[in-house]
Design a protein around this ligand. Structure first.
Ligand code: MG
Length: 260
């Protein structure tokens, strides 16, 4: 099922999509914590504004260099070969925005780039989870854009600031709780032009391995998200652009880009 979070006249609700009626079944609470508990109300999808389907309670975990062709294109930028184990970094949850919200370019960066990614939404507290059981801890999947100020990432020699600005973690449009993440086509378009076109089958480290590796280091909390890495084709975005990340089965995450 598709779980969304939306606002109507300033009121936020979670809902489950009824695809035939194109309506949201409005829920009393966050279904990740409160289960499927409808209010009895339904609302047309055209009558609400979607917001980020999850606000991570504690962290957005990123995985760097997780597609071979992307590793190759970054060799002269951030350097290095494919990592021997998942390369993790963190983005603050203050970077999260929802669909159609603008990515704001920091004045101190001359090069901000898109990175379209499949995103795992954690549903249960996870610590030292073996890969064989990792998927039991997944609530669902959504789409993300690991927006990166490439010049600052390179200048700093580490990634926190370059990937951590406000608006640098668009998520959405919805969370799909039944999704085969092992073989999903992922495409990024800037102003309609295809820039990235990959498949999650080409992830160097698959989702179970990433969860196992991350949960060795950090306790994963419900609502934490993991951005699983970007395929090749990353490139700059400038004010006035529109970035779309599409993953078959998950929809399209669309964000305009504006100057600060
Ligand atoms: Mg990335």
């Amino acid at each position: 099922m598709k779980v969304g979070r939306f606002s109507r006249e300033g009121v936020l609700n979670y809902g489950v999509l009824d695809p035939e009626e194109q309506e949201w079944v409005v829920l009393k609470g966050d279904p990740m914590f409160a289960g499927y508990d409808p209010t009895g109300e339904r609302v047309k999808i055209t009558e609400v504004t979607l917001v980020a389907p999850v606000i991570p309670r504690s962290k957005v975990i990123g995985v760097g260099k997780n597609y071979a062709e992307h590793v190759a294109e970054m060799k002269d930028v951030t350097g290095g070969d494919a990592p021997s184990q998942p390369l993790l970094f963190l983005k603050p949850n203050t970077a999260v925005i929802g669909p159609n919200e603008p990515i704001v370019l920091p004045a101190i960066s001359d090069r901000v780039e898109h990175e379209g990614e499949l995103v795992v939404v954690i549903g249960k507290v996870a610590k030292n989870v073996p890969a064989e059981r990792a998927l039991e801890y997944v609530y669902g999947y959504t789409i993300g854009n690991d927006v990166t100020a490439r010049d600052l990432q390179v200048a700093d020699g580490q990634w926190t600031r370059g990937k951590g600005f406000d608006t640098f973690a668009p998520l959405g449009p919805v969370i799909e709780t039944e999704f085969d993440a092992a073989d999903a086509q992922l495409q990024v378009r800037v102003n309609g032009q295809i820039c990235q076109d990959g498949n999650t089958a080409d992830l160097i480290f698959g989702i179970p391995e990433i969860i196992a590796h991350a949960s060795q280091a950090f306790t994963l909390l419900p609502g934490d998200v993991i951005m699983t890495g970007t395929p090749s084709g990353v490139g700059p975005i400038v004010a006035g652009d529109t970035v779309e990340v599409e993953i078959e089965g998950l929809g399209i995450l669309r964000n305009p880009v504006k100057a600060s």
